[in-house]
Every structure is written in C-alpha cells, then in structure tokens.
Design a protein. Structure first.
Length: 449
C-alpha cells in the first residue's frame, strides 16, 4: 500500500513538473524516474544508470524537492539511486531473437554504409590529417582529441568516408557498442514521428540511455528547425558530460551556420573542431593512383599528373573521371592517353581551372620532388633555390599576384621575388636546358594545349 501511495504521490509531482519544464526535458529526465519507496519520512526515486542519476541530481533534484514539499507538507527526505537490474522474465513478454553473446539487442541505429568507406581506403594528407587522427582515436575509445568532434568541409572531401570508417571499425572491433549513426534529417524525422505517435519516451531513451557513441551528419540542415535543435542539444549535453562519444559533420563551419541557436552551436563546438581542406597536389596524386588501382586502370605518371592538376576539391569528380576513362578505354579497346583524358575531363569539369599561386607552388614542388616546407625554408641549396625561383617566376607569369604576395607565400620579401624572376629569365635566354625545362612546365600547367 505504501508503494502504491508513493507512486500516486510521485505521479502527482510528475504532473506538476511537466507543467514547469519543456517537453524534451520532462521526457528525457523526469519521466524515466520511478518511485521505489515512499513513507512518512522518505521518497526514494530510481533512475536507469549512474550518469542519468548524476544529471538529475545536478539539474532537477532541487526542483523535485520543492514540488515534494508543496504537494506533501512534512519533513520528507528525497533520495535518488540507480535502479537494480530487472530480474530475467521467463514469461509474460515477447520472445527475443537469438543473437551473438555480447551484442546488445535494439541498441544500434546505422544508416546505409558504403563497404569501401574504411580507414584503410582513406587517403590521408595534410588537408585531412587531424580529422583522420581524431576519428581513429574515437573509434578506438581513446581520449586523445577529446570525446566530441565536429568536422566541416566542402562537399566531397571525405566527411562521410571518415564517419563511416568509424562505424566500420567499431562494428569490427567492439560490436557490443551501442551506436547511432544517421543524418540530421533522419534524426528530425524520427523525432517528429515520436511526437506524433506519443512515443517520445522511447525516442529519448534510445539516444540517451542506449547510446555509447552518436554520429550525426549534415547538422547544418537543421537551420530553422528550433524544436529539433532543442532536442538534439539536450541529448548532446548529456552525452558529452557523461563521457560518451559524439561526432558531428557539416558542410560549413559552425560560425557560418545561420538559423542555429547559440547554445546549440556552442554545444556542438565544445570539443575539437576541424576542417578538411581541399587535398594538395601530392594527396590528389595518391587518390588518383588508389582509385585507378581499384578499377584495374593502368595510368602512367604523366597521365596521373594531368588528372591531379585538373581535378581539385570534390573527390567524387575524381571517381567519376576514373570511371569515365575506364569506360572509354574498355569500349574502344585502347589504353588511356592524354586526348582521352582531356575529353573525359572536358565533359566533367569543362575548361581547365584558373591557376593560382598555391596550385603552382604544389605543382612545382611535385615536379622537382621538393616539399612545400623546403620551398618555404631558408635553404640556399641549389636543389631548393632553383625550384623556388621557378615557382616564383611561373606565379608571376600566370597570376596577378603582386611581388609582395608571392614573397609571402615563400617567406621572402618582394626584392627576393624580383631577383628570382630575373635569374630564371636570364638563364632561359642563355641555357637551352633551362629554357626547355621551363617551357615543359608551362605546357603542363596550361594543359590541355
């Protein structure tokens, strides 16, 4: 009788709390609490786990005490503890599907996975090194880069590949992990469905109690969806503070996301924020080699160089180019050549992209097998100074960059750039080998020609 009375008292308190809190707060943090014991001195509540109870203790216990004293005057003491694990029910519930030991039923939501989106198949370069390292660490449960990661980049640079690589890795090495991987739009649709079917308690339990790692892609699409932002913000707040892992991706930087609540933006960026940049020339070469090998397409270094100089940014364009070249080669039964590649690229990206100082710098470094760091260093070795001078000459020739701007790219002043241009010009007029070498570089830069 005491427990029934306690339950009735707790039901009354919950009704009062529901009027004071938002729907998401009530559903997430109050509704799961159960009355374990009540008498003239004690009201004992239980929560599903220690993280949950700690959260309620910090955020809502004072409010619950206030409601308790309002509705049941007296000297009640309020207690909160973790519920005991329920005894296995031999009957009275639906039969469970047989599953492997260690794999928790109903604990994972995963959108469609690309079988090739693994860490082994991801080409790592300077542009994506930090994002890759952070994803690997989170996949293995390491805290090297924190527990929350926000990745942003332009489309086609590998956000989905990395998030799916995390999922593949966890499925392979820790299959009992409770994991939810979905897009922001899928999260929003699921929340709306939960509201309409009056099953928000199940929705909240799924993402709060049954979640070790949450991966949400394209959070920038939540622009203007205030209710979804509020719900996801509450979930993120709990997951992050309770030590769970979170990975979020977006097509734009957090500061550029319009129609996003300030508190939600702050929560999303409470851990490591990193941007994947366009791959540099060397990384593009590695990507092209890898994609071509995957299609059993043989390309010599000259053709790979042509593709790497023409294809920038979106890696899906590189994949399309490889498929197009492979298709033409098989259909015509001839090996790929420059004409075939130019034809494929013309249909894919149009005319050659406009040159800029960074493209020329990366190109020259690759041609002379000199790193960008060496080009920007103070080294006076001829193996470094000559490529640096040629890069400055070509930048001045093909761009409208000022001498000062070019110098800044190589950690030099404008007078050094002017001297480099004069040296290359003089050597081209006097030395046939230098002239032919620079002319060849010019032809490659301006391909097709």
């Amino acid at each position: 009788m005491l427990r029934e009375t306690g339950s009735m008292l707790w039901d009354t308190i919950r009704e009062s709390l529901q009027e004071s809190l938002s729907n998401s707060e009530y559903t997430l943090w109050i509704k799961p609490l159960a009355c374990q014991r009540q008498d003239d001195k004690v009201l004992e509540l239980t929560g599903p786990d220690r993280y949950f109870c700690s959260w309620v203790q910090d955020r809502y216990l004072d409010l619950i005490k206030t409601k308790l004293h309002e509705l049941a005057p007296g000297n009640h003491h309020l207690r909160l503890s973790v519920a005991r694990q329920p005894v296995l029910q031999l009957k009275g519930g639906p039969a469970e599907q047989l599953r492997l030991p260690g794999v928790r039923a109903g604990a994972t939501t995963i959108r469609s996975l690309h079988p090739g989106y693994t860490f082994d198949q991801f080409m790592v370069g300077e542009s994506n090194l930090l994002a890759t390292s952070a994803c690997r660490a989170l996949a293995h449960g390491e805290n090297t880069f924190g527990r929350c990661l926000f990745i942003n980049s332009s489309p086609g640079l590998g956000k989905s590949h990395l998030t799916q690589a995390v999922v593949h890795s966890i499925l392979d090495h820790a299959p009992s992990t409770m994991m939810h991987y979905l897009t922001a739009q899928q999260f929003s649709a699921e929340m709306v469905k939960g509201i309409r079917s009056k099953k928000m308690d199940q929705f909240s339990k799924k993402y709060v109690r049954d979640c070790d790692i949450l991966l949400v892609e394209d959070v920038h699409t939540l622009t203007g969806k205030n209710k979804t932002q509020e719900e996801l913000n509450t979930i993120l707040d709990y997951l992050i503070k309770s030590g769970r892992r979170v990975i979020l991706t977006a097509a734009v930087a957090p500061r550029q996301m319009e129609g996003i609540d300030a508190d939600f933006r702050s929560r999303m960026t409470s851990g490591l924020v990193t941007r994947i940049e366009d791959p540099d020339y060397e990384t593009r070469v590695n990507i092209i080699r890898h994609k071509a090998a995957g299609k059993n397409l043989v390309l010599d270094d000259d053709l790979i160089d042509l593709l790497a100089r023409r294809l920038h940014g979106d890696i899906r364009k590189t994949e399309s180019a490889i498929i197009g070249i492979k298709g033409k080669s098989c259909l015509l039964n001839v090996p790929p050549d420059r004409a075939m590649i130019n034809e494929v690229l013309q249909g894919l990206i149009g005319n050659s992209a406009e040159l800029n100082a960074e493209i020329i710098r990366d190109f020259v470094g690759c041609q002379f097998k000199v790193s960008v760091d060496d080009l920007q260093s103070r080294s006076r070795k001829r193996s470094i100074t000559f490529p640096r001078q040629v890069a400055m000459y070509l930048t001045r020739k093909y761009t409208d960059q000022s001498l000062a701007d070019i110098g800044q790219l190589y950690n030099r002043d404008h007078s050094t750039v002017l001297h480099a241009i004069r040296v290359v010009t003089r050597n081209m007029s006097r030395k046939t080998a230098v002239r032919e070498q620079v002319k060849l570089l010019c032809r490659k830069l301006k391909e097709p020609s």
